[in-house]
Design a protein around this ligand. Structure first.
Ligand SMILES: Cc1cc2nc3c(=O)[nH]c(=O)nc-3n(C[C@H](O)[C@H](O)[C@H](O)COP(=O)(O)OP(=O)(O)OC[C@H]3O[C@@H](n4cnc5c(N)ncnc54)[C@H](O)[C@@H]3O)c2cc1C
Length: 270
C-alpha cells in the first residue's frame, strides 16, 4: 500500500540520529510498489495491529503493520527504483500509537538531505508495510542483538509489548561505538524501570563509558552466555547492517541457539 503521510514531529535522538513522526493523509494505491532489495519480503497477509493515524485531523484511516516491519520512504515517485531518493526505514514506534515514526541515521546523502529539509506539515509517500521479521503476541521470551541504528525495530516491538502489557520477557543487547551514540536510551531506561521483564544491556566498543551500567567491550559468545541464561528458550531478533547481522548469526550458532529461533533483517545500505 502506498500512503501519503504528513510530518507532525521531529525528535533528535543523538547528534546524527533523528526520528520523524507522521500521520496518514490518504491512501494512494492498494498495491506495494515493486522492490529492489533482496531482503524485502512480502508483508504478512494481514497485520492485525493497527496504528490509528490522522488523529487530530478529520481523517480516520488506519495503517496496519506488525512491530518489526519497515516502509520505503519515497521522495521520487516517478522512479520507485531510485535508490538515491527512496529508502527503507524501520518503524520505531508501536502500531498502537496514533502516529508512525521512523528514525534515520543522517548522513550527507541526498536522501538524508531530503529528510533533514522536511518541515512540519510537509508530506512524503510511504510504501509498505514490508518485511517478515516481526514480533507475534505468542513470542514470550525475546533477545535482541542489535548495533547502532539497528535498534529501531526493537523499539517498535518493545513499545508495543509495553503498551499492550503483554508480559513478554525481553533482553535487549545493544551495542554502540560510544555512549553518545546510544539512541532511545531515555525511553529504554524508563521501560526497564517500570517493567522488570525488560532488561537492556548497553555495550560500547570504543571510549570507556562513564555510566557504570554500560559495558565496555565487544558482543561475543562469553558475553552472550553470561547475560542470557536461557538461550534455548528465546526468540533472537537481529537487526542491523549485513556485516553485523552475519556476525550475530554466527554468534548465535556458536552459543547453540536453535536456528529456528533466529529472525534477522539486514539493513542493506550501510
Ligand atoms: C529493511 C531495512 C530497514 C532499514 N531501517 C533503517 C532504519 O530504521 N534507520 C536507518 O537509518 N537506516 C535503515 N536502513 C538503511 C537505510 O535504508 C539506508 O540505506 C541507510 O540509512 C543509508 O542511507 P544514506 O542515504 O544515509 O546512505 P549513504 O550515506 O548514501 O550510504 C551510507 C553508506 O552505505 C553505503 N551504501 C549505500 N547504499 C548501499 C548499497 N545499496 N549497498 C551497499 N552499500 C551501500 C555508502 O557507500 C555509504 O558508505 C534500513 C534498510 C533496510 C533494507
Amino acid at each position: 500500500m502506498i500512503v501519503e503521510a504528513k510530518l507532525i514531529k521531529r525528535i533528535p535522538r543523538t547528534a546524527n540520529v533523528e526520528s520523524f513522526r507522521f500521520v496518514l493523509l490518504s491512501k494512494v494505491d492498494n498495491k506495494p510498489l515493486s522492490q529492489n532489495v533482496n531482503s524485502v519480503l512480502p508483508s504478512p497477509a494481514a497485520a492485525p495491529f493497527s496504528a490509528k493515524t490522522g488523529v487530530g485531523s478529520s481523517l480516520n484511516q488506519r495503517f496496519n503493520f506488525f512491530p518489526g516491519q519497515f516502509v520505503q520512504v519515497i521522495f521520487d515517485r516517478t522512479n520507485i527504483s531510485n535508490a538515491l531518493f527512496n529508502k527503507y526505514l524501520s518503524f520505531s514506534s508501536s502500531p498502537t500509537k496514533d502516529y508512525m515514526e521512523v528514525t534515520k541515521k543522517l548522513s550527507e546523502s541526498q536522501f538524508s538531505q531530503k529528510l533533514k529539509n522536511l518541515k512540519i506539515d510537509d508530506t512524503v509517500f510511504l510504501n509498505g508495510p514490508l518485511g517478515n521479521c516481526v514480533f507475534r503476541d505468542n513470542d514470550d521470551r525475546l533477545c535482541f542483538l542489535v548495533g547502532g541504528i539497528g535498534v529501531t525495530p526493537a523499539i517498535s516491538i518493545i513499545e508495543y509489548v509495553m503498551e499492550k502489557k503483554l508480559g513478554t520477557d525481553i533482553t535487549l543487547i545493544y551495542s554502540n561505538k560510544t555512549e553518545g551514540d546510544i539512541a532511545f536510551k531515555r525511553e529504554l531506561d524508563v521501560w526497564q524501570a517500570i517493567n522488570k521483564k525488560v532488561r537492556v544491556v548497553y555495550i560500547v566498543t570504543e571510549a570507556r563509558p562513564e555510566d557504570k551500567s554500560c559495558l565496555w567491550g565487544v558482543l561475543n559468545k562469553n558475553l552472550l552466555i553470561r547475560e542470557v541464561k536461557d538461550i534455548d528458550k528465546r526468540v533472537f531478533f537481529i537487526f542491523g547492517p549485513p556485516v553485523m547481522v552475519t556476525a550475530m548469526k554466527n554468534l548465535c550458532v556458536e552459543a547453540d541457539c536453535p536456528g529456528r529461533s533466529i529472525r534477522a533483517e539486514n539493513f542493506i545500505g550501510y
